[in-house]
Design a protein around this ligand. Sequence first.
Ligand SMILES: Cc1ncc(COP(=O)(O)O)c(C=O)c1O
Length: 458
Amino acid sequence: MSTQSVVQPKPVEREPSGKAFYAGRGVSETFNVSYGKGIFFWDTNGKRYLDGSSGAVAANLGHGNERIRDAMVEQANRISYVVRTAFTSESTDTLCKVISDLAGPGFDQTFLVSGGSEAVEAALKLARQYAVVTGQTKRSKILARMPGYHGATLGAAAVTGDPDRDEMFGPIMQVMPKVPAPLSYRVPEGFDVKSHADYCANALEQQILAEGEDTVLAFIMEPVGGIATGALVAPNSYYSNVRKICDRYGVLLIFDEVMCGAGRTGSFLAAHHWPDALPDLVVCAKGLSAGYTPLGAMIAPNRIVDKVVESGGFLHGHTYSGNPLSSAIGVAVLKEMLDRDLMGNAQRMGVVLRQKLNALKDRSTTIGDVRGMGLLNAVEIVENKATKAIFPGTKQASYRVSEIARELGLHLYARRAASGKFGEWFMAAPPLIITEPEIDLFMELLTETFRIFESENQ
Ligand SMILES: Cc1ncc(COP(=O)(O)O)c(C=O)c1O
């Protein structure tokens, strides 16, 4: 493998400062990362990790991409920052054009921000401002799905479907109404996947009517799920039903493509898989900059943006929105993705990966489901495959799996969302540059991970 020729850096002798309190569960100075190349990165002890989840499903190009580094340096040599309300730059202008072109007709203008939560906030606010300037002032409710994830800021948290977060942060935000997500593995009794998806679409319509149709502003959903649902993909009819319902009541449809957008599912937008159900607004982040800089985008049609701009302008923005440095990195990332046909690779390698994960599932006693699209996949962990029962909370099974994997040199992004109410899983979402021999290595490490996990749980 080409990455084996990479010179690994020497272990670094350094005393931990103890000043960073945001490290995650089980993360310690032992896993202090020092260097990355391709689908691998190394810690300061010289240990190599295969990035099986692209960090938090962001590092779409893998690590240490020299073209991106060169673009960073070139832009930094010119200018890194200007305030967007007074100046624009060539890189910002180019990035907005490239994104809108890739998103396609109806996604005419792009508003840049610094991440997924900020992009979601921008979409919610643009929707509200559009409603107000077009005389629909009563429209203020944003419906969303349970479970679902839209970000950490309070506006995004208010539309996130997670009872634990509502309990903690509900008193400091306005929690928005939720409708059921069309889960495909734990389908309630009396339904199959398709009839349950029909039921969920109907639940959206009922909720709009119950809220008062002229009070509902928007419906936000992840077209291919992320960490909250474990890469949920609904039957095709769900998307067209949702689009028709939103049209029927004048409700804006917002697709949160923070995780599934920017090529990860095999097309630039996941929305492109359902062309008869395109959203009004779409948000992307993560893969847009592939982890090389904080970057997000809200993409909107002229018919919405123009009304808001004509009324005096969008009442929103952040200091770093559209900064030239992040924009130049975004342009380089998207060029690299196009030049190397990484969307095609995501589609092809996704098929290979799911086939191998399903083969592992058939041999495993604790893998209940494998699902996803392109290179956005999840592996659901259960205690009992026949009943689909999950492990007791004390086991923290998905975190234990990722801990074993990390010991073996494989990074897996895992979640026991909503205290396991909807199941637990990890994302099998390597960088879009992955090759078939590298998928074999991923599978070797994963097979050994489950051998150890299952021997602990016999
Ligand atoms: C679907 C979705 N929306 C929003 C977010 C929030 O993005 P960020 O963490 O960049 O703020 C995430 C992050 O994982 C996500 O997966």
